[in-house]
Design a protein around this ligand. Structure first.
Ligand code: PHE
Length: 335
């Protein structure tokens, strides 16, 4: 027969075990194992509970209370140990996983826009501020848009000026951005104010000032009562914005089949005696208006075509156009 005394002894043994061993356990898994051993359904404490039936009715509640206290004690001690182990693990993470904030960071070089793109953006920005819209047109054109609609008929000697790359009998790589003028006017009614930046192609031999691929910006303003004076004002404003106040400008008479009168614009830097051509321009020829179905009696307009490479070379004092296309990083990094 089991007596209360026996039970007390058993309980005391477990209590000692709990007090001495639990603080030394060093893993959560081991804590769980011990919990099952003691408090599980077939564990030691459960076995002691079964013995209660053998005690006298007076002893039974006393022993029951002692066992419940033991159960609580074991539960609390194990839970406490698990918490301690957790924070120790966390602390050891701090000592093994650390960052030296005095080390230099990883260098990620920034990309940047090609100098030609930068110049194009600058030009766009100036004209956007003046209420222009930026448009685009195809690089593969028909003869009609590249020449005929611009009043350059077949066999006209002026075609030689735009010596072009033909793709087949009637298609070519556009030799200038002027065909976009035609496309826009065909699409929209006046008034209109556009600029069109884009790639152009000519069969020029490559040298310091010629490249078979180059970029232009076309400007076109169509409205009632525009005059050459308005064109001069726009160009003057543009030159001041792009090159600065101190650049001088002059107009020379020129010829383009699609403008009448036609002019050439030259600029001169304050430090130079040399005049440099920056664009061809003029008042839109009435024949061009007729081709797109505008009434030349009702509208007037002016246009210019400007070389982006030319502008970049002047702005950055670059003397060889080929540098823009070789993509040598030592060159490109300077912009
Ligand atoms: N398209 C002409 C060229 O490439 C430039 C130009 C544009 C001239 C618009 C007058 C008006 O040479």
């Amino acid at each position: 027969m089991v007596t209360l005394k026996d039970l007390r002894r058993e309980i005391a043994v477990i209590a000692v075990l709990v007090e001495e061993q639990i603080p030394q356990i060093n893993s959560a898994t081991r804590c769980e194992e011990l919990r099952v051993q003691l408090l599980g359904r077939k564990g030691k404490v459960a076995q002691l509970f079964k013995l209660l039936g053998e005690l006298s009715p007076q002893e039974r509640p006393i022993a029951g209370q002692l066992l419940n206290e033991l159960k609580e004690k074991v539960t609390a001690a194990l839970a406490g140990r698990v918490t301690v182990l957790g924070s120790v693990a966390e602390r050891s993470d701090f000592t093994t996983e650390w960052i030296d904030i005095t080390l230099p960071g990883t260098y990620h070089p920034y990309g940047h826009f090609h100098p030609l793109s930068q110049v194009q953006q600058k030009i766009e920005e100036i004209f956007l501020r003046m209420g222009f819209t930026v448009v685009a047109g195809p690089e593969i054109e028909t003869e009609y848009y590249n020449f005929e609609a611009l009043n350059i008929p077949v066999h006209h000697p002026a075609r030689e000026e735009w010596d072009s790359f033909y793709i087949d009998e009637t298609h070519l790589l556009r030799a200038h951005t002027s065909p976009v003028q035609i496309r826009i006017m065909e699409e929209k009614k006046p008034p209109l104010r556009i600029i069109c930046p884009g790639r152009c192609y000519r069969r020029d031999n490559q040298d310091a000032t010629h490249s078979p691929v180059f970029h232009q910006v076309e400007m076109l303003w169509v409205e009632k009562d525009l005059s050459l004076a308005n064109l001069k004002y726009i160009i003057e404003l543009f030159v001041k914005e792009f090159f600065g106040e101190r650049y001088q400008m002059r107009f020379l008479a020129d010829f383009f089949p699609f403008t009448e009168p036609s002019i050439q614009v030259h600029i001169r830097s304050p430090h130079s005696t040399e005049w440099l051509e920056i664009m061809g321009a003029g008042m839109v020829d009435p024949i061009v208006f007729q081709k797109v179905g505008y009434d030349p009696e009702q509208v007037t307009g002016f246009a210019f075509g400007l070389g982006i490479e030319r502008m970049a070379m002047l702005r950055y004092k670059i003397d060889d156009i080929r540098l823009f296309f070789q993509n040598d990083l030592r060159f490109l990094h300077q912009f």
